[in-house]
Write a protein that binds this ligand. Sequence first.
Ligand SMILES: [Zn+2]
Ligand SMILES: [Zn+2]
Length: 248
Amino acid sequence: MNANKLKKFKDYILDLLYPRHIKCIFCGNELNENSYNDTCEECMNSLPFITHSCLRCGAPVGDDNSGVCLNCKSSNFDFKLARCVFSYKDKIISVIHKFKYNRMKFLSEPLGKFLCEYFATWNINPDIITSVPLHLSKLKRRGYNQSECIARFLSEKYNIPYYDLCVKIVDNISQTELDLKQRKENVKNVFKFNNEYKKEVKDKTVLIIDDVYTTGSTCNELSKIILSAGAKEIYVLTLAHGLGNQKI
Ligand SMILES: [Zn+2]
Ligand SMILES: [Zn+2]
């Protein structure tokens, strides 16, 4: 079986296992005419969209706050601004988990659409879209890079070129269990610029896409690398913000 046929066969099997556009991606209930973007009405009304965010990093903040969160007051980021669509809680945790670890690649479409809708409301004009790379060994294990999938979805929808600007050269330990200081250390020297794109990136505005933003250490490290390669400025957009409601 050639690669193309094999891919079609795999998609066919996946369709049988996880019927698309039939069940809600969050709760599994049947979709109906009130459903939107593969999401049932009930889930749509209860998704933790971020309505008020830190002006710098996009962390969810209370309705009455308008400024930067505590984390941003004490950190200096190399990217200009970051924004997130959802708070990383409730149904968002399980759907991102399925997307990352359960080979449910088809989720890149509805999740990518939520990302696109946020992007449409954000007044920035990137020249290039990129994503947080995975180390090759993890990519092989997982089958795809979830952040790249949603980034490519955005790139196609808005006709903005997508490039893998950075590569991950060290398979470091997961950031999940680390504190802020350890996270910063853990991402040092694990990425490098993909010199193939040196010309493309010169004086350009770059948008980095990731699935979950926690302390910003990973995106900050990538921003440093992309800026040193000649980019003008960097923005970050992620599906979810991993820190709870921040005080201002
Ligand atoms: Zn639902
Ligand atoms: Zn912030």
